[in-house]
Design a protein around this ligand. Structure first.
Ligand SMILES: Cc1ncc(COP(=O)(O)O)c(C=O)c1O
Length: 396
């Protein structure tokens, strides 16, 4: 039986590709620096809200989310972007659904989405579902993944271009766009009649200064859309609660319709999100010091490995590292299938995310990998030490 072209085109998750090899070697201790799944405990008030059942039936909730949850998210964002109300925010099933809804509401089949690359690999999947095309704009580790000047951006625009998408802080780059860079890109997008979709799911994890939210940009109310999530900030990836925000009410009205088609997000999960959104400021200070220690451990350990270049993240908890190998897909397979470090008495190896998965053209990023500093500093450090030993063995 025939499957749709869309189903045939949908990519396999670059990050999960190696899982089968890992499962086949249960005696090996793998340091999993490949996925952004933190081991930080989810805040206790969220757990308590999840456990609290106040009805006998798990009923549907409103399509755009519980009014109290929308209000809590709007109030939370209003701290830095005043004037937001519940009408400017819908609750989604993770930031993933917010992205999918944004693409569906903004793109017709064949339309184009500009995105600085390397970029979060699942943008490809959402674009495929929305029948849109991702058009990458090259950025490089050599200059900290800065967005290129406007004349370069202009060269990527066609009559089908609908939006400029970016993650700030970035996954996989860890780059944070400064205020002037953000204002410049926003002004450029506006002048070209493009929507600006800011994926801000890592916004509260920063090390050199808080990233500005695109919702703070005055004069851009009509074309700015922001994606937020409880997954990383509150270490609640399994809660599946995210938010789509915009001051453009015509856009929000269409998002409400999209939400109606899939009925509402899980109400009890939204109660946990409300508990998260009212945590005190000290929570965020602790969040940043937790990830700062993990990222520093990763940087220190990487600096010990010869011939490896990497970007010191300004936010999020990832780094792209350039390795002295020709093909990191092959190297990543070598790690899970062949390489075993016996120096501590038990066989150890490592799982990494090969670079090509973060590029539109898989011929790019072949000497890069993404590492995630999501575990305790000592675990991250040991994982990167194993990487050093594996590189030495692979190059022999
Ligand atoms: C940049 C970025 N956007 C969106 C998401 C989706 O997050 P979720 O659907 O868990 O909210 C992720 C997850 O890793 C991400 O890294």
């Amino acid at each position: 039986m025939r499957l749709s072209l869309r189903a045939q085109a949908i990519q396999e998750s670059a990050i999960r590709k190696l899982d089968g090899f890992v499962a086949a070697a249960p005696d090996v201790h793998f340091h999993k620096l490949n996925i952004g799944q933190p081991d930080v405990p989810t805040p206790a008030p969220m757990m308590a809200a999840l456990a609290h059942a106040d009805s006998q039936v798990l009923a549907y909730g409103p399509a755009s989310g519980l009014p109290a949850c929308r209000q809590a998210a709007a109030a939370f964002h209003s701290r830095t972007s005043p004037g937001l109300g519940a009408e400017h925010c819908v609750v989604t099933q993770g930031g993933s659904e917010a992205l999918l809804f944004a693409f569906c509401a903004l793109c017709d089949p064949g339309d184009e989405i500009l995105v600085p690359e390397p970029y979060y690999t699942n943008y490809n999947g959402f674009a495929t579902v929305a029948a849109a095309t991702v058009v990458p704009i090259r950025t490089s580790l050599d200059d900290g993944f800065r967005i290129p000047p406007n004349d370069v951006l202009d060269r990527h625009v066609t009559p089908r271009t609908r939006l400029f998408l970016f993650a700030n802080p970035g996954n996989p780059t860890g780059a944070v766009y400064g205020e002037s860079e953000l204002r410049r890109v926003a002004a450029w997008a506006k002048s070209r009649g493009l929507w600006l979709v800011a994926d801000e799911v890592y916004r509260h994890i920063w090390f050199s200064g808080p990233p500005m939210s695109a919702l703070e940009l005055e004069g851009h109310e009509d074309h700015v859309v922001v994606v937020d999530s409880t997954s990383k900030t509150f270490s609640a990836c399994g809660l599946r609660i995210g938010f789509l925000l915009s001051r453009n009410l015509a856009f929000m009205d269409r998002i409400e319709r999209l939400g109606q088609a899939r009925l509402g997000p899980q109400p009890r999960a939204q109660n946990a999100a409300i508990a998260a959104l009212t945590l005190p400021d000290v929570f965020y200070d602790e969040l940043r010091s937790t990830y700062r220690a993990r990222v520093e451990a990763m940087m220190d350990a990487l600096a010990q490995i010869p011939d490896v270049q990497f970007h010191r993240p300004e936010g999020a908890f990832y780094t792209m590292a350039r390795l002295p190998v020709k093909d990191t897909e092959d190297f990543a397979r070598f790690l899970v299938t062949e390489f075993r470090d016996h120096s501590t008495g038990r066989p150890e190896s490592l799982v990494v995310a090969p670079g090509p998965g973060f590029y539109a053209d898989p011929a790019r990023g072949r000497n890069e990998i993404r590492l995630a500093a999501v575990k305790e500093p000592a675990v991250v450090r040991r994982g990167v030490e194993v990487l050093g030993a594996a590189l030495a063995a692979y190059r022999r």
